[in-house]
Design a protein around this ligand. Structure first.
Ligand code: SF4
Length: 364
């Protein structure tokens, strides 16, 4: 079974912290959707396996009209697809729109809520407010969506622990099935990073960031929301199937500007520019760059992705040069890793705080 990712690189405005490629030229959408349909027709059978999950991500897919979403899904063919996710900006939620994308086949929404604090939303440049986010979830539930994920951000400059706790309670009160949560990152070249470098904002200290993350994990666990990946939490049975396939090596086809595909041991990607992408599709000679992953790359990827999940990695899969010494060292008094009864290596809560370092040490 394979996954299909559709990239919609349009945003109405740019957020302060974002380093993803996207454009605010919404006038190019019609032509872009036509190019996507051509690429989908040409490539949808490329993995040689039926498509089980579809993910329409961005950018902001909800800047597209509902009929464009329907057209994309018709071109893909949704028979047999168990999970069809679409990312939605809470500022775009309207009852009629939600009803129409639901009818088109979307059965899971991923909403970029980020915070329920208006001043923080304004600061990071989001175009919705807290009430719109709450209304968006209610509208989606009314439209029949029974699988809703929201994104929440922590470690925002000026964010207090009390605000973070209140955000988590609001999220839990909404009855969503899935929460993805990320600490704010200062990526190179973003407006946010420039503000930090000019001393205009003060990042949250590491200790507070870790405390926010630990509180999130504890509170969600207490509420029965399972922590199945470092940044992802779900009610039982609602783990994101599409994203899980990225972590377990399932093949996926990515269509659209900048979209990545992974089939066999080959990773390939489209040009990260809508004009180059559309021109290539129009001419019928879109050049996709690619790389074949070596045994070493595949091993490193297994370590990197596996250790982020609650399943971890098989101890027997870890390179023997690293395994014994690492496992012994990290299983000391305050263990960073633990070995499960079925022989898997899993990061502890303390280990998650330094996961990148652990991964680096285990990679070859
Ligand atoms: S809406 Fe999403 S993709 Fe667009 S600028 Fe904001 S964070 Fe980036």
């Amino acid at each position: 079974m394979a996954g299909l990712y559709v990239h919609i690189p349009f945003c109405k405005k740019r957020c302060l912290y974002c380093d993803f490629y996207s454009t605010t030229l919404l006038g190019r959408q019609e032509e872009y959707v036509a190019a996507l349909c051509k690429e989908i027709k040409a490539r949808k059978d490329e993995a040689g396996e039926p498509i089980r999950t579809i993910y329409i991500g961005g950018g902001t897919p909800s800047t597209l009209k509902a009929e464009d979403i329907a057209r994309l899904l018709q071109t893909i063919g949704t028979q047999g697809a168990e999970e069809i996710t679409m990312e939605l900006n809470p500022g775009d939620a309207m009852e009629e729109y939600l009803r129409r994308i639901r009818e088109a086949g979307v059965n899971r929404l991923s909403m970029g809520v980020q915070s329920f604090q208006d001043e923080l939303l304004r600061f990071i440049g989001r175009r919705h407010n807290a009430q719109q986010a709450i209304d968006a979830v209610h509208m989606a539930q009314k439209a029949g969506f029974e699988n809703i994920s929201i994104d929440l951000m922590y470690a925002l400059p000026g964010q207090t622990m009390a605000q973070w706790k209140a955000d988590i309670e609001t999220a839990l009160g909404l009855g969503v099935q899935h929460i993805s949560s990320y600490g704010l990152m200062y990526e190179d070249g973003t407006a946010l990073t420039q503000m930090r470098d000019r001393g205009e904002i003060e990042p949250i200290d590491e200790e507070t960031e870790n405390a926010m993350y630990d509180y999130l994990c504890e509170r969600l666990k207490e509420a029965g929301v399972e922590h199945y990946e470092v940044s992802n939490f779900a009610l039982p049975g609602y783990e994101a199937k599409h994203n899980s396939s990225y972590w377990d090596g399932t093949p996926y086809i990515g269509v659209g500007a900048g979209a990545h595909s992974y089939i066999g041991n080959v990773r390939s990607w489209n040009p990260d520019d809508i004009e180059a992408y559309m021109a290539g599709i129009e001419r019928g000679d879109l050049v996709r760059e690619s790389e074949t992953l070596s045994e070493k790359d595949l091993y490193n990827e297994r370590i990197m992705l596996g250790l982020r999940t609650k399943k971890g990695i098989l101890v027997s899969d870890v390179d023997v040069r690293n395994a014994n010494e690492m496992v012994t060292r990290m299983r000391g008094k305050n263990p960073l890793l633990r070995v499960t009864e079925d022989g898997r290596l899993v990061a502890t809560q303390k280990g998650i705080h330094v996961l990148n370092r652990i991964i680096e040490e285990l990679m070859i």
